[in-house]
Design a protein around this ligand. Sequence first.
Ligand code: ADP
Ligand code: MG
Length: 604
Amino acid sequence: MPDIIHLLPDSVANQIAAGEVIQRPASAIKELIENAIDADATNIKLIVKEAGKTLIQVIDNGKGMSETDARMSFERHATSKIKTSEDLFKLTTKGFRGEALASIAAIAQVEIKTRTPDKDTGTQIVIEGSELVLQEACSCPIGTSFSIKNLFYNVPARRNFLKSNNIETTHIIQEFLRVAIAHPEIAFSFTHNNNDVYHLEKGNLKQRLVAIFGNNYNQRLVPIEEETTIVKLHGFIGKPEFARKTRGEQYFFINNRYIKNNYLHHAVQKAFDQLLPSDSFPSYFIFMEMNPASIDINIHPTKTEVKFEDEKSVYAILRSAIKQALGKNNIAPTIDFELEASLDFQLRPSNHIVEAPTIKVDTNYNPFKKETENNSNYSYKLKPNQHTISDWEKMVENNLVDTSKNVQIDYQDTEQEEKQVFQLHNKYIVTPIKSGFLIIDQQNAHERVQYEKLTQLIQHNKQLSQQLLFPQTIDFSPENMAVLLEIIPAIKQLGFDISEFGKYTLIIHGIPQQATENNIQNILEDLVEQYKLNKSEIKLSATDILVRSMAKSVSIKSGKKLSTQEMQHLADELFACQMPYSNPSGKPTITTFSSEELDKRFKK
Ligand code: ADP
Ligand code: MG
């Protein structure tokens, strides 16, 4: 038998390695920007065409490379950043594997122009699929300019695997923001298809966050700061009232490197505990500095997963630092979000009868008398029992009592036209039906109702807009503004009278009839978030995504107390829907309990 084992040619080995390091344009961009930071650049420009599929260029003003280094940098395991394995335990650079450039050069057409400060001329190198095409002296500024053209041109399987330009761009923005937030001391710019997406001056962290996410972040951020022997913390958390409905602005950095860590995320979530409505997520930008020897960033090639010693202590420190920050800034745990979101419109009629519960006292009762079988002669009576059923019905009709508190009456016996309803935990509407009883989830149900109504109105061009007395301007982050501009026609259909007003600002002249003036910003931000979240995953039209989001924004929330009439009205509207059994995203609106089920439980 002949021997069959041989070493793979470098180009093939590099292509295989590339599979791990470079999954998509965004990963190549991350590597290039990190190299620029490691080269001490103070200004980094990112230029991208077609979501990075045709061109990625990163231009830095860092220390550049000599001619030999420039050539060497494309070899596998070629790095200037570590020398021995001990160095792995005191990493202060972003890179260290020496794999990125070799990998990128294996799967793209790469051109580099680089010059060190001590030379007048620089070096230009062109490599395609690991093959050197050109190497010569060139004139270029100090620093390095790196272009990648036609990523994956020679790996069609990979290239076909890339997602739509929209999705790839979202990944790019994500990577870009992770480094841009980690390094406010560096100026960054990002141009996509010749449009300026971000232009970030050097500054401090807060200025950087405001530049990225919009002016309104000035009021939203609470600083955190803590120094212990294990970890030094600094950064910002978002005030709870600005929490997002979707996960988004959540950033951890260890030694200025973005990381993901569910365990620490949990610590933050815990610190916010009672302060957040259940379906929202806090924003945070938290920087941890730790001895590099106590963390291990070597466990994943893309290096967002990090292991560290003493996770438990870090968890506790983080949680308490955030609690402290929230406390210092007087963010009391009693904020009523639901009230803020939608004003309570339920007014009590002026002739409301308030009756004190009566207590019958047995005056003959002698507490010192020896106990007899039936000494409990006084009883606490609940209101409904003081009335006959028909008294009660009249009061309900006149809306003089709040049925939500009086669950004892047997509605089945009342031969009322109107369905009896009561509210449970300000969340569910309970109503008897012939075969048992029915529970409606008020929020899910109202979302369904609003969704169908809005769809109808829009289909028939009947959706109205209410003009604002004072037009409002709202600032958005460049990322969200880009999305908004894309969906403005659909937003107008929803009833917004809206136009551009400056680069990242919209002016609102009118809002949908269902909306209220005080939560326009929330509605619009939700629209953007939902659109971003759903546009690529499900095959829905922009309008449909927005109608769903808007239905959600303007609907009654869990936690809102409803009057009897409101409950009856909602139940009627729900059953008039075409699809009453679930909300637009498929969550159930109603559930029923049969009398048999009840009988069984009581062993009847
Ligand atoms: P690593 O960053 O892990 O060392 P890379 O393959 O990313 O590996 O880069 C190889 C080497 O090329 C780096 O160690 C560095 O010396 C050099 N290099 C890469 N990009 C730049 C740049 N923008 N400016 C200066 N030197 C660079
Ligand atoms: Mg690198």
